[in-house]
Design a protein around this ligand. Sequence first.
Ligand SMILES: Cc1cc2nc3c(=O)[nH]c(=O)nc-3n(C[C@H](O)[C@H](O)[C@H](O)COP(=O)(O)OP(=O)(O)OC[C@H]3O[C@@H](n4cnc5c(N)ncnc54)[C@H](O)[C@@H]3O)c2cc1C
Length: 470
Amino acid sequence: MIEIENKNQKKKVIVVGGGFAGLTAARKLLKEGYQVELIEKRPILGGKWSAWKDEAGDWIETGLHVFFGAYDEIFDLMKELNIYDRIDWKEHVLTYTLDKGERFEFRTINLPSPFHLLPAVFQNHYFSLMEKLSLGKALFPIIFGSKKYYDEQDKKTYQDWHRNLGISDKMLKKMFLPMTLALKFLPPEHISAKIVLDVSGTFLRQNTASKIGLLKGSPDTHLTAPICEDIYKKGGIITSELKLSKVELKSDKSIDHLVFEDKNGQTIQKQADNYIFALPIHNLRKLLPKQWIDEHDYFKGLNQIESVPVVTLHLWLDRQISQIDNILFSPDGYIPVYADMSNTTDDYKRNGKSRFQFVVAPAFDFINMTDDQIVNKIWEGIKGIYPDTAPQAKIEKAKVVRIPRSVYWPAKGTDKLRVSQKSPIRNLAIAGGYTKQRFYDSMEGAVRSGNRAADVIITQDQGLNWKDKD
Ligand SMILES: Cc1cc2nc3c(=O)[nH]c(=O)nc-3n(C[C@H](O)[C@H](O)[C@H](O)COP(=O)(O)OP(=O)(O)OC[C@H]3O[C@@H](n4cnc5c(N)ncnc54)[C@H](O)[C@@H]3O)c2cc1C
């Protein structure tokens, strides 16, 4: 035991990418006694869920993020750091806000699954009984479907799967469209059915899985900073504003050293015993040596996974126009999911004034619009959703965040392209929400992938064989 610890202390690992996959991997290796340096190209950490202060001192987040009750390894991480209480769990209800001020809800009750859904079925009056019964046909394959059944659904889009089962089209447009836009920023005709079924299956089988929680303030304050403090406390090094630009190989095609570029264009070489790349796919693709792609199918699939654009609009109003302390869905328009953070988030409260964060999707057209065009288009829609309160309100401030390559496009057939954290390269492990694990492209997925990438190195050093984990 002592021998292994001493051996590990001498080993150095470079983790490239300071999103939650990289941060988790770095922390886990430090806990096991490795020397770790984490390197990030941007000045801020947190990747797709980073936040920064604007000129007025207001936090701007990359995008609206929620935790689901089904997650677990991100909660373990937060409990270890004593920050689990930074999550504010909301009432277990899905609220839909529609044009002309129309509303409907799906409530749950604290009963074993699937009985927790009974109020959702019987109290909802927006859909007819026939429409709700049509959804019932979907419950059986989702709850009792085998792994083989789920895997086969990756050949269909969600829209085809939904229609093949005869589920109502009104449910597709009003309930599942905002769901798929909220999850993957794409409509049901562009998404693999498997991705939606994986999520729905988890939500249906476990009665608290779809419960939603938000952080009590910025991810920087409540998540990234505590993880970084712990990394420093454990002796880790974090270097930001250093971009990986080249991977140099040894004769056996494992990594010899990495070449980084700083913000002044200076190059710096770094060497370690092992490496973890926790990078977005489009960045990773540019760095992969040709020899690796030619020799290993593992890397070929990565060329086929594309990312989706999304826009986040932050809007400060001169009055409160929504009173709901929860995430809100909207099928009519361009903001499938949003929250009045003045209601939902302690640190963003504004004493009687709304502060919205809107996800704008699909964003293929929005991504190239000016800020004013985006604000005007979205504001028109909001006036329809809140016809009694919004028309009198004035916009005090607006901030637009564009993410041209955000989450990965879960097209039909994507599942088989996802890679294990164990790469075919002897001294390289791969982390990232897109790698193989149960929660595709999410915060939980990023943390799980980081834990597994660290485990690849740990098991290798213990002389054990690696087995992919869910
Ligand atoms: C708008 C939006 C909303 C979302 N909402 C939710 C949600 O509600 N719930 C949920 O669970 N998930 C949500 N997600 C998904 C979640 O944010 C991601 O799955 C997760 O953050 C991915 O983490 P990661 O570490 O795998 O990758 P990333 O966060 O992409 O981190 C990769 C890091 O690598 C760095 N990097 C890139 N190239 C280089 C280089 N050459 N050298 C050094 N560093 C480099 C990047 O700057 C980045 O910091 C959302 C995503 C977006 C975009």
